[in-house]
Design a protein around this ligand. Structure first.
Ligand SMILES: [Fe+2]
Length: 280
Protein backbone atom coordinates (compact mmCIF):
# COMPACT_ATOMS: atom_id res chain seq x y z
CA UNK A 1 0.00 0.00 0.00
CA UNK A 2 1.29 3.43 -0.89
CA UNK A 3 1.55 6.12 1.77
CA UNK A 4 -1.78 7.92 2.31
CA UNK A 5 -3.80 4.99 0.89
CA UNK A 6 -5.07 3.98 4.32
CA UNK A 7 -5.98 7.60 5.08
CA UNK A 8 -7.83 8.05 1.79
CA UNK A 9 -9.69 4.78 2.34
CA UNK A 10 -10.71 5.73 5.88
CA UNK A 11 -11.99 9.12 4.72
CA UNK A 12 -13.90 7.51 1.85
CA UNK A 13 -15.71 5.28 4.35
CA UNK A 14 -16.62 8.13 6.69
CA UNK A 15 -17.76 10.09 3.65
CA UNK A 16 -20.08 7.21 2.68
CA UNK A 17 -21.41 7.21 6.25
CA UNK A 18 -22.27 10.91 6.18
CA UNK A 19 -23.99 10.45 2.81
CA UNK A 20 -25.99 7.51 4.20
CA UNK A 21 -27.27 9.70 7.03
CA UNK A 22 -28.63 12.47 4.81
CA UNK A 23 -29.98 9.98 2.25
CA UNK A 24 -31.82 8.08 4.99
CA UNK A 25 -33.22 11.28 6.43
CA UNK A 26 -34.87 12.30 3.15
CA UNK A 27 -36.07 8.79 2.33
CA UNK A 28 -39.41 9.34 4.09
CA UNK A 29 -41.54 12.26 5.32
CA UNK A 30 -40.46 13.73 8.66
CA UNK A 31 -41.71 16.61 10.84
CA UNK A 32 -40.94 20.18 9.82
CA UNK A 33 -38.92 20.78 13.02
CA UNK A 34 -36.43 18.10 11.99
CA UNK A 35 -35.90 19.69 8.57
CA UNK A 36 -35.50 23.09 10.20
CA UNK A 37 -32.90 21.79 12.67
CA UNK A 38 -30.92 19.98 9.97
CA UNK A 39 -30.83 23.07 7.75
CA UNK A 40 -30.16 25.48 10.60
CA UNK A 41 -27.11 23.48 11.69
CA UNK A 42 -25.83 23.43 8.11
CA UNK A 43 -26.45 27.15 7.55
CA UNK A 44 -24.62 27.93 10.81
CA UNK A 45 -21.64 25.92 9.54
CA UNK A 46 -21.60 27.97 6.34
CA UNK A 47 -21.43 31.28 8.22
CA UNK A 48 -17.67 31.09 8.65
CA UNK A 49 -16.68 33.02 5.51
CA UNK A 50 -19.15 35.82 6.22
CA UNK A 51 -17.58 36.15 9.64
CA UNK A 52 -14.05 36.20 8.22
CA UNK A 53 -14.91 38.92 5.72
CA UNK A 54 -16.76 40.89 8.36
CA UNK A 55 -13.66 40.74 10.58
CA UNK A 56 -11.58 42.28 7.81
CA UNK A 57 -9.52 39.25 6.78
CA UNK A 58 -10.11 39.89 3.10
CA UNK A 59 -9.27 43.58 3.35
CA UNK A 60 -6.07 42.65 5.09
CA UNK A 61 -5.16 40.23 2.28
CA UNK A 62 -5.89 42.82 -0.39
CA UNK A 63 -3.61 45.24 1.42
CA UNK A 64 -0.79 42.67 1.47
CA UNK A 65 -1.17 41.83 -2.23
CA UNK A 66 1.95 43.03 -4.10
CA UNK A 67 3.52 43.46 -0.66
CA UNK A 68 4.49 39.90 0.11
CA UNK A 69 1.24 38.05 -0.51
CA UNK A 70 1.26 36.02 -3.75
CA UNK A 71 -1.57 37.09 -6.11
CA UNK A 72 -2.55 33.47 -6.47
CA UNK A 73 -3.33 33.36 -2.76
CA UNK A 74 -5.78 36.23 -3.09
CA UNK A 75 -7.53 34.58 -6.03
CA UNK A 76 -7.70 31.31 -4.12
CA UNK A 77 -9.16 33.06 -1.10
CA UNK A 78 -11.79 34.86 -3.16
CA UNK A 79 -12.80 31.62 -4.87
CA UNK A 80 -13.24 29.97 -1.50
CA UNK A 81 -15.34 32.86 -0.21
CA UNK A 82 -17.47 32.77 -3.34
CA UNK A 83 -18.09 29.05 -2.99
CA UNK A 84 -18.84 29.10 0.73
CA UNK A 85 -21.06 32.16 0.51
CA UNK A 86 -23.16 30.60 -2.20
CA UNK A 87 -23.65 27.60 0.08
CA UNK A 88 -24.75 29.96 2.81
CA UNK A 89 -27.10 31.93 0.55
CA UNK A 90 -28.88 28.96 -1.02
CA UNK A 91 -29.26 27.02 2.24
CA UNK A 92 -30.44 30.11 4.15
CA UNK A 93 -33.14 30.66 1.49
CA UNK A 94 -34.22 27.02 1.77
CA UNK A 95 -34.54 27.36 5.54
CA UNK A 96 -36.67 30.48 5.14
CA UNK A 97 -38.58 28.81 2.34
CA UNK A 98 -39.81 25.90 4.44
CA UNK A 99 -40.20 27.62 7.81
CA UNK A 100 -40.86 31.30 7.21
CA UNK A 101 -38.17 31.80 9.87
CA UNK A 102 -35.97 34.79 9.01
CA UNK A 103 -32.28 33.89 8.91
CA UNK A 104 -29.74 36.31 10.34
CA UNK A 105 -26.13 35.15 10.00
CA UNK A 106 -24.95 37.26 12.92
CA UNK A 107 -27.43 35.56 15.23
CA UNK A 108 -26.32 32.14 14.00
CA UNK A 109 -22.73 33.21 14.52
CA UNK A 110 -23.43 33.90 18.20
CA UNK A 111 -25.40 30.67 18.59
CA UNK A 112 -22.55 28.56 17.26
CA UNK A 113 -20.70 29.27 20.49
CA UNK A 114 -23.61 28.73 22.83
CA UNK A 115 -26.62 26.84 21.47
CA UNK A 116 -27.15 23.20 22.34
CA UNK A 117 -27.62 22.29 18.67
CA UNK A 118 -24.13 23.48 17.83
CA UNK A 119 -22.47 21.13 20.35
CA UNK A 120 -20.85 18.87 17.75
CA UNK A 121 -19.46 21.77 15.80
CA UNK A 122 -17.85 22.98 19.02
CA UNK A 123 -16.42 19.53 19.73
CA UNK A 124 -14.83 19.49 16.27
CA UNK A 125 -13.32 22.92 16.83
CA UNK A 126 -12.00 21.98 20.28
CA UNK A 127 -10.27 18.89 18.89
CA UNK A 128 -8.68 20.82 16.07
CA UNK A 129 -7.42 23.44 18.51
CA UNK A 130 -5.97 20.65 20.66
CA UNK A 131 -4.14 19.07 17.70
CA UNK A 132 -2.84 22.42 16.49
CA UNK A 133 -0.88 22.62 19.73
CA UNK A 134 0.69 19.15 19.32
CA UNK A 135 2.41 19.24 15.91
CA UNK A 136 1.95 20.41 12.30
CA UNK A 137 1.18 16.78 11.39
CA UNK A 138 -1.61 16.60 13.97
CA UNK A 139 -2.96 19.99 12.95
CA UNK A 140 -2.97 19.09 9.30
CA UNK A 141 -4.59 15.71 9.92
CA UNK A 142 -7.28 17.54 11.91
CA UNK A 143 -8.40 19.44 8.83
CA UNK A 144 -7.91 16.64 6.29
CA UNK A 145 -11.47 15.35 6.40
CA UNK A 146 -13.11 18.67 7.25
CA UNK A 147 -14.79 19.39 3.89
CA UNK A 148 -17.54 16.92 4.66
CA UNK A 149 -20.37 19.14 3.50
CA UNK A 150 -19.77 17.39 0.19
CA UNK A 151 -20.70 14.04 1.70
CA UNK A 152 -24.08 15.08 3.06
CA UNK A 153 -24.62 16.93 -0.21
CA UNK A 154 -23.98 13.68 -2.09
CA UNK A 155 -26.77 12.07 -0.08
CA UNK A 156 -29.39 14.56 -1.35
CA UNK A 157 -28.46 14.55 -5.04
CA UNK A 158 -31.18 12.95 -7.13
CA UNK A 159 -33.83 13.76 -4.54
CA UNK A 160 -37.22 14.26 -6.19
CA UNK A 161 -40.57 15.52 -4.97
CA UNK A 162 -41.66 19.14 -4.50
CA UNK A 163 -39.87 22.45 -5.03
CA UNK A 164 -38.05 21.96 -1.71
CA UNK A 165 -36.59 18.57 -2.60
CA UNK A 166 -35.60 19.66 -6.10
CA UNK A 167 -33.99 22.90 -4.98
CA UNK A 168 -32.17 21.01 -2.23
CA UNK A 169 -30.88 18.42 -4.71
CA UNK A 170 -29.51 21.26 -6.85
CA UNK A 171 -27.80 22.83 -3.82
CA UNK A 172 -26.30 19.39 -3.18
CA UNK A 173 -24.72 19.44 -6.64
CA UNK A 174 -23.44 22.99 -6.21
CA UNK A 175 -21.84 22.15 -2.83
CA UNK A 176 -20.34 18.92 -4.09
CA UNK A 177 -18.92 20.69 -7.14
CA UNK A 178 -17.36 23.36 -4.94
CA UNK A 179 -15.90 20.96 -2.39
CA UNK A 180 -14.41 18.78 -5.14
CA UNK A 181 -13.45 21.38 -7.72
CA UNK A 182 -11.73 23.71 -5.31
CA UNK A 183 -8.74 21.49 -4.62
CA UNK A 184 -8.41 20.32 -8.21
CA UNK A 185 -8.78 23.59 -10.06
CA UNK A 186 -6.41 25.47 -7.83
CA UNK A 187 -3.99 22.58 -7.60
CA UNK A 188 -3.67 22.73 -3.86
CA UNK A 189 -3.32 19.25 -2.54
CA UNK A 190 -3.88 19.06 1.16
CA UNK A 191 -0.67 19.86 3.11
CA UNK A 192 -0.93 16.51 4.88
CA UNK A 193 0.47 14.92 1.71
CA UNK A 194 3.78 16.68 2.33
CA UNK A 195 3.84 15.89 6.04
CA UNK A 196 3.26 12.13 5.92
CA UNK A 197 6.68 10.68 5.10
CA UNK A 198 6.71 7.36 6.98
CA UNK A 199 4.26 4.65 8.02
CA UNK A 200 4.52 6.00 11.55
CA UNK A 201 3.45 9.46 10.37
CA UNK A 202 0.56 7.92 8.53
CA UNK A 203 -0.61 6.01 11.59
CA UNK A 204 -0.45 9.11 13.76
CA UNK A 205 -2.43 11.08 11.20
CA UNK A 206 -4.91 8.25 10.86
CA UNK A 207 -5.62 8.27 14.59
CA UNK A 208 -6.43 11.99 14.44
CA UNK A 209 -8.58 11.58 11.34
CA UNK A 210 -10.52 8.71 12.92
CA UNK A 211 -11.18 10.65 16.12
CA UNK A 212 -12.27 13.73 14.21
CA UNK A 213 -14.42 11.85 11.70
CA UNK A 214 -16.12 9.85 14.44
CA UNK A 215 -17.25 13.09 16.08
CA UNK A 216 -18.37 14.24 12.66
CA UNK A 217 -20.49 11.20 11.91
CA UNK A 218 -22.18 11.38 15.34
CA UNK A 219 -22.76 15.09 14.77
CA UNK A 220 -24.35 14.42 11.39
CA UNK A 221 -26.68 11.83 12.85
CA UNK A 222 -27.69 14.33 15.54
CA UNK A 223 -28.18 17.02 12.88
CA UNK A 224 -30.68 14.84 11.03
CA UNK A 225 -32.56 13.66 14.14
CA UNK A 226 -30.72 10.30 14.41
CA UNK A 227 -32.04 8.56 11.29
CA UNK A 228 -29.44 5.80 11.73
CA UNK A 229 -29.40 3.60 14.85
CA UNK A 230 -26.43 3.82 17.21
CA UNK A 231 -25.09 0.41 16.08
CA UNK A 232 -24.97 1.53 12.46
CA UNK A 233 -23.05 4.69 13.40
CA UNK A 234 -20.59 2.57 15.35
CA UNK A 235 -20.16 0.20 12.39
CA UNK A 236 -19.48 3.17 10.11
CA UNK A 237 -16.89 4.52 12.55
CA UNK A 238 -15.12 1.14 12.39
CA UNK A 239 -15.11 1.15 8.59
CA UNK A 240 -17.96 -1.29 8.11
CA UNK A 241 -19.26 0.47 5.02
CA UNK A 242 -18.31 0.55 1.34
CA UNK A 243 -16.03 3.53 0.61
CA UNK A 244 -17.38 6.43 -1.42
CA UNK A 245 -14.55 7.37 -3.75
CA UNK A 246 -13.79 10.73 -5.31
CA UNK A 247 -14.72 9.60 -8.82
CA UNK A 248 -18.27 8.81 -7.72
CA UNK A 249 -18.50 12.24 -6.11
CA UNK A 250 -17.31 13.95 -9.30
CA UNK A 251 -19.83 12.08 -11.44
CA UNK A 252 -22.65 13.13 -9.13
CA UNK A 253 -22.40 16.87 -9.70
CA UNK A 254 -22.37 16.88 -13.51
CA UNK A 255 -24.86 19.38 -14.84
CA UNK A 256 -24.85 21.45 -11.64
CA UNK A 257 -26.62 24.77 -12.22
CA UNK A 258 -25.11 28.10 -11.30
CA UNK A 259 -26.45 30.09 -8.41
CA UNK A 260 -28.12 32.70 -10.65
CA UNK A 261 -30.47 30.07 -12.08
CA UNK A 262 -30.98 28.57 -8.63
CA UNK A 263 -32.00 31.93 -7.11
CA UNK A 264 -34.46 32.51 -9.97
CA UNK A 265 -36.06 29.13 -9.40
CA UNK A 266 -36.21 29.68 -5.66
CA UNK A 267 -37.89 33.10 -5.95
CA UNK A 268 -40.35 31.82 -8.57
CA UNK A 269 -41.55 28.97 -6.32
CA UNK A 270 -44.52 29.60 -4.02
CA UNK A 271 -43.85 29.76 -0.25
CA UNK A 272 -43.79 27.87 1.96
CA UNK A 273 -42.00 25.61 -0.49
CA UNK A 274 -44.07 22.67 -1.60
CA UNK A 275 -42.51 19.52 -0.18
CA UNK A 276 -43.07 15.78 -0.20
CA UNK A 277 -40.62 14.96 2.61
CA UNK A 278 -41.98 17.39 5.19
CA UNK A 279 -44.86 16.16 7.32
CA UNK A 280 -47.07 19.18 8.02
FE1 LIG B 1 -19.65 25.09 2.38
Amino acid sequence: MALMDKIEDTCARFRAGEAEISRTFYSKPRPLEQHVLALRIQVAREVRNLREISLGELTEMVDRTDHGLPREDLVHELAEHYFEIRHYATLAYLLEGISGERVDWKELNVQRDTAEWTQYGRKERDCRAKWAKISPLHESAGSFNSGGAGSVAFGVIGLKGGDYEELLAEVGKIILHDEMAHGDVLGNRHPLYNLVKTDEDENKALEVIREYSTIRVHGRNYQYGNPLPKERIEAIAWGGIEPLDREALKMAYTGAMDEVEWFERYHAASKPLYSTTIKR
